[in-house]
Design a protein around this ligand. Structure first.
Ligand code: DP6
Length: 320
């Protein structure tokens, strides 16, 4: 009746931005991500505690705002007729600040809920259920490099290469630790409805995915770097041109981009990516990690640096 699972957040190198079906939370585009190792969310689902209604504690504090989405996630996995649950989540990094905390939380919640209800679901079904809670969460059911393909009425995930096969590092520069003003769900809908660049974004995604897939297969860092930066800036351009515009960046975000450009000019193998928040993730080769950490930590406005390698798929840690 009680189970605990751990999931690591993932970062998209080719981004998911836009929904084809809002009710089913189906993405309008495919995406490619890397799952991290040092950052994690642990989620416990207790179906035997018998509370009067679902209860959610996030880092020990009751969180009624996040409860409806978490309750819906549990009902999707276990069924509407389930008992009320006590859910506890704990993350070792700032949540809702563009660090993919919803991805790790819903991936772990899906695995924990299935185990607490004694359901044996395969990885593909768990990924699809997690993806209905939050699109990016599906990818945390896979370790290393994963691709989420967008084919018709369902999502299909595939592992491109595991975390040991190409052990890149990620240096995360936190420029503003607070929660973001607009959720990605909201911002995506604004982009879809109003951005003049949205259709072009959707049309070009297959080409970007193919380029990145090939670069990963061939461990071609320079090609992956160029397509990931391009895809990230294109996604933010879609948002900047929407009405109202969505600008997640802070001035320090732009300074971090300049730091990464300077590192590249000095010969470091590094590239940046930015999600729905002001933080910058610099992906690099292990031998360049120290230089990247040093340069980003000295960039004005950077408040904290977190470094991680690539990590495993979401997993069950306890069941009773
Ligand atoms: C910019 O997965 O948070 O990080 O499905 O509405 O919950 P919902 O969106 P979410 O969006 C992630 C957007 C992104 C890009 C990505 O991770 O691919």
């Amino acid at each position: 009746m009680q189970a605990t699972a751990i999931a690591q957040p993932n970062i998209a190198l080719i981004k998911y931005w836009g929904k084809r079906d809002l009710a089913l939370n189906l993405p309008a585009v495919g995406s490619i991500s890397i799952t991290l190792d040092a950052l994690y969310t642990e989620v416990s689902v207790d179906l035997g505690a018998n509370p009067a209604s679902d209860q959610l504690l996030v880092n020990d504090v009751e969180d009624p705002d996040r409860l409806p989405r978490m309750s819906a996630c549990l009902s999707r996995v276990i069924g509407e007729q389930r008992p009320f649950a006590r859910i506890e989540t704990r993350s070792n990094f700032p949540i809702a600040a563009g660090l993919a905390s919803s991805a790790s939380a819903f991936a772990a919640a899906t695995v924990a809920a299935a185990a607490a209800a004694d359901l044996e679901l395969d990885q593909a079904l768990l990924a699809s259920l997690a993806g209905q809670a939050s699109g990016s969460a599906a990818r945390s059911l896979y370790g290393g490099f994963a691709e989420l393909a967008n084919n018709g009425d369902a999502i299909r995930l595939s592992a491109l290469c595991d975390e040991h096969a190409w052990p890149l590092k990620v240096v995360v520069a936190i420029t503003e630790p607070g929660p973001k003003a607009t959720s990605s769900t909201e911002a995506m809908e604004i982009s879809r409805k109003t951005s003049p660049f949205y259709n072009t974004w959707v049309q070009q995604q297959a080409g970007d995915l193919a380029t990145a897939r090939r670069a990963i297969e061939e461990r071609d860092f320079a090609t992956l770097a160029a397509i990931a930066e391009h895809n990230c800036l294109k996604m933010h351009s879609v948002m900047w041109a929407s009405r109202p515009p969505t600008v997640f960046w802070s001035s320090a975000t732009l300074r971090c981009l300049q730091t990464v450009r300077k590192l590249q000019q000095d010969g470091c193998q590094v590239f940046f990516t930015i999600d729905a928040g002001p933080q910058v993730k610099a992906v690099c080769q292990p031998e360049d990690m120290a230089a990247v950490q040093e340069a980003l930590s000295q960039t004005p406005g950077v408040q904290e640096i977190m470094t991680t390698g690539l990590g495993p798929a979401a997993q069950l840690v306890r069941k009773s």
